[in-house]
Design a protein around this ligand. Sequence first.
Ligand code: HEC
Length: 177
Amino acid sequence: MNKLLIAVMMMAGLTACSQEAKQETQETAQAVASEVKNEATSAADATASAAQEAADKVEAAASKAEEAAKPEEAAKPEEKAEAPATEAKPAESAKVDGKAVFEANCKACHGGLIPGAPAVGKKEDWAPRIKQGKDTLHKHALEGFNSMPAKGGNSSLSDDEVKAAVDYMANESGAKF
Ligand code: HEC
């Protein structure tokens, strides 16, 4: 009877022990699981925040780069656009260099080497032509006159350039245009 009791008590003790052990195991497992979970979450958080940080940095760098690039880009075309405009105006409207136009476009024929073309500086060649008047000479130079080609053959010349060349040629040959 005593032995049986002991046996029963041992059984009960064993059962209790194993149940405890089971519970313990379960608790440990739960604890490990929640720890793993926490760690995984925090790791994920860390990764996410690192990614966010990196993204922020990239964004900041990009906006810096944009800022750095913009003023230069914006400034240059303006400078470029303004410079020729201010340079071109006085050259075009103020004074055309008749002598330069003559030398580049008219001298080949009016330099004294081509017979029939009044030579610049030869007053006897020019006297009868000057008598026709400035406007007629301008007109003949612009539109052509016998073997004198319109604008001396250079249609890219402006009317003002041709007139300035005529004035220069005539004035060099006794006129006071
Ligand atoms: C290809 C040769 C040639 C070139 C280039 C030329 N001329 Fe002449 N030019 C002549 C000849 C030839 C005459 C004479 C025409 C005539 O009297 O029948 C002439 C005549 C003239 C006359 C006098 C017109 C008149 O009514 O008597 C003027 C002004 C003149 N040229 C201006 C110029 C100017 C300005 C240029 C340059 C932009 C020029 N020529 C370039 C050949 C040329």
